[in-house]
Design a protein around this ligand. Structure first.
Ligand code: MN
Length: 734
């Protein structure tokens, strides 16, 4: 296409007159041409050429795609609203609403501004897709507009060249591919490739050039051999060698990590024949003559690609051991392969353009595109990159073709499962899926589908909706978004329940402690306290209380400015001890003093010995013997009043208290875990209090536990240390 240009009205009308015979239609195009010419009069492009040259190229290339007269006219006028002092109303008066609408849509796409950040780019790409989907003809005009702009990109600044080239590759080449406009796609790709990776472009161009003579010779030999074989069969055909465009070589080298020499289809042959039957006959003859490489036969005739591409592909080993990719197709298929959708309607059109019919025909062919964009308009993309992913995985990398029981072909990415299929069929089908039958066999929902599978989805109105597990195996972004939407909705509902439950708990706690709700449930007051729990809103707090990641007791204490925990002084400990554990009697402390039966014994409150600890007795003045741990700092320097004591064999269960100090990093549910582990270890938690260090984000937890003996405590400490995020646990002396 590169050198195939029109420079004036006459040249532009050559391809138009081939298929548009209707006088009125030709008049309309002529009128648009003259109008654009007068409006762009005196304007120059950056190249120094008259602006009209650009409009002519757009009209010409649309004609080569066999576009209808409205589309060509809009193409000629596409820059008039933007660049000339013409208003929408004036244009409507002269050319009618339809053409004006097309021009306006094209203008709007041009005005979508790009920002530098990648994310914004993706968001803008999406805007472009949506804008184009409003009327499919807008895509065609925009594509040929971009094609000419790319051809003349050398007149832009280097920064703009790269920016425009990237956009072209991401959007316009992709769409061209999707529409099967492979000539335009290839040219857009190679031009973009040139501006984005100049070094690589030149390197590959040179490699191709170096190999050219050798390759040409090999291909020529192969063409001769195949021609001889086929001529003997009386089949009508034409055969030719085909070279891959540079960008596709580059892509294969980078994405498949292959060396230049390894790229198989560098040597490629195409055979074009009359009928479908001829295609299969030719395939048969070639396979009987040359060894086919297993697994490389692709029948896109029986199973057309989504962009309507049809062809037989096979890879064979040539006479000298060289590998060739052979494509076999009819003339019609060949035209579709080059011009995609455009070829399709050109064949079917009665040549007498009826505007509505033109529109309808194109629209129906491109319904996939509308579906695609509508789906996206519905899903909210917080992450615009996710959108680009959706574009590439869902649409452009489609390569598994499966069928509904009624024979409708659904294309899916590699590895897609019945859930992906269900969501492609219909969102509701996806949501209600309970089972899948593939080729009449019931299969698990995560079974990867293969091309040719006939898939039937079992649905149930009683289904509880998509499961979060599905996200682990669905492949299409489309299905992922639909599933996520439902899950998010459910979560929001569940959260609302928790929030109201949290509110109840909070109010109850306040009431229980005799506070007046109204005094404390003041928004400002609450939010200042909420921050201390590193939450941002009251609602977050209520949720946290309901799921117990924040203790309502702690919160209420902070809110009401009460002390966070009760610090036990000696007196209160004494009370506990007196209540819980009488210590005046040797049998009850489990301690005995050799040779003395009646001495008053009690456990020292400072170090709280536990059965099994190494202990020593201290003879007090008037209150018997206090038993300390041998390493207790209070007696360590004592020399005179010590007396040896021993633990009695345990005949009955005694309870001892131990003070523990735990260091951990902060997290939700830590307290819950501590309580759980303690009770699992059959120890009783007497008191617990913690302090968060907001700088180090560590928590210091003090606890008093009641245990049976030293071994019991040792096991408890070992298990407390196993709790997630716990750094250390130590028994301390008060
Ligand atoms: Mn333009």
């Amino acid at each position: 296409m590169q050198n195939d240009v029109a420079n004036n009205m006459e040249e532009m009308f050559v391809p138009i007159k081939e298929y548009i015979k209707n006088e009125d239609s030709l008049e309309l195009i002529k009128k648009a041409y003259l109008y654009a010419q007068s409006m762009h009069e005196g304007q120059l492009r950056k190249s120094g050429e008259p602006y009209m040259i650009h409009a002519i190229q757009v009209g010409y290339n649309l004609a080569k795609l066999h576009a209808g007269p409205s589309t060509i006219s809009a193409g000629l006028l596409h820059d008039v609203l933007e660049d000339c002092s013409v208003t929408k109303d004036e244009m409507t008066e002269i050319f009618g609403e339809e053409i004006t609408m097309l021009v306006e849509a094209v203008t709007k796409i041009g005005n979508i501004k790009f920002k530098d950040e990648k994310e914004y780019q993706a968001a803008n790409h999406r805007k472009i897709f949506i804008a184009m989907a409003k009327d499919i003809r807008v895509i065609l005009i925009k594509l040929v507009d971009r094609l000419h702009n790319m051809r003349t990109l050398q007149f832009q600044s280097p920064e703009k060249q790269v920016k425009i080239a990237k956009e072209t590759l991401a959007i316009y080449a992709s769409i061209a591919h999707r529409l099967g406009l492979s000539e335009i796609k290839n040219e857009l790709e190679d031009l973009s490739f040139f501006y984005i990776h100049k070094d690589e472009y030149y390197r590959i161009a040179k490699l191709v050039e170096n190999k050219k003579n050798e390759r040409d010779l090999q291909v020529t030999n192969m063409l001769d051999h195949i021609s001889k074989t086929l001529k003997a069969q009386n089949i009508e055909f034409r055969i030719f060698g085909r070279s891959k465009h540079l960008y596709s070589i580059y892509k294969k080298m980078t994405t498949k990590n292959k060396r230049f020499e390894e790229i198989l289809d560098l040597l490629a042959i195409r055979i074009v024949t009359k009928t479908e039957l001829n295609c299969y006959e030719i395939l048969g003859h070639i396979h009987s003559e040359y060894r086919p490489i297993p697994g490389r036969l692709k029948d896109y005739i029986a199973m057309p690609k989504m962009n309507m591409y049809q062809s037989l592909h096979t890879t064979i080993v040539g006479d000298d051991g060289r590998i060739f990719e052979v494509q076999i197709r009819t003339e019609f298929m060949d035209d579709i392969a080059d011009n995609g959708i455009a070829a399709h309607w050109a064949y079917k059109e009665s040549r007498k353009y009826d505007q509505n019919k033109e529109q309808k025909e194109i629209e129906s062919k491109l319904s996939w595109f509308k579906d695609f964009v509508n789906v996206d308009a519905e899903a909210s993309y917080d992450d615009p990159k996710g959108y680009m992913e959706a574009v590439t995985t869902d649409i452009f990398d489609a390569n598994v073709y499966v069928m509904t029981p009624l024979g409708r072909i659904i294309d899916l990415p590699q590895g897609a499962c019945p859930i992906d299929f269900a969501y492609r069929v219909h969102t509701e089908v996806g949501h209600c899926t309970v089972g899948a039958i593939v080729n009449e066999i019931l299969v698990p929902l995560n079974t990867p589908l293969k091309t040719g599978d006939v898939v039937k989805i079992k649905t149930s109105k009683q289904s509880t909706g998509p499961s979060e597990d599905w996200l682990k195996f669905v492949k299409t972004q489309h299905a992922k978004n639909k599933i996520k939407n439902v899950i998010m909705k459910k979560e929001t509902e569940r959260k609302a329940e928790f929030v109201s439950k949290g509110e109840q708990i909070l109010k109850e706690e306040l009431r229980k402690r005799g506070f007046n709700e109204a005094d404390y449930l003041d928004k400002n007051k609450i939010e200042s306290v909420v921050a201390q729990f590193r939450l941002s809103t009251y609602v977050d707090l209520l949720y946290a209380i309901a799921v117990k990641s924040v203790s309502v007791v702690n919160f209420v204490e902070k809110l009401t400015n009460q002390k966070k925990s009760v610090n036990l002084d000696n007196e209160s400990i004494e009370k506990i001890y007196n209540r819980e554990m009488p210590t005046k009697n040797s049998s009850k402390t489990g301690i005995k003093v050799e040779g003395v039966e009646t001495m008053m014994l009690s456990l020292a409150q400072c170090c709280l010995p536990i059965h099994g600890d190494e202990i020593i007795g201290y003879i007090t003045k008037g209150s018997g013997v206090k038993v300390h741990r041998v390493d207790c700092p209070n007696i360590i320097n004592e020399k005179k009043r010590l007396i040896e004591v021993k633990w009695d064999d345990i005949s009955e269960k005694h309870h001892y208290f131990a003070h523990l100090l735990m260091l951990s990093s902060d997290r939700n549910f830590l307290l819950t875990d501590i309580v759980t582990v303690t009770s699992q270890n059959k120890a009783m938690l007497q008191n617990i209090s913690s302090d968060v260090n907001n700088e180090t984000l560590t928590v210091t937890t003090k606890m008093i536990v009641q245990v049976d003996n030293f071994e019991h405590l040792r096991v408890l400490i070992a298990n407390l240390k196993k709790i997630e995020s716990v750094i250390n646990v130590n028994r301390i002396i008060q």
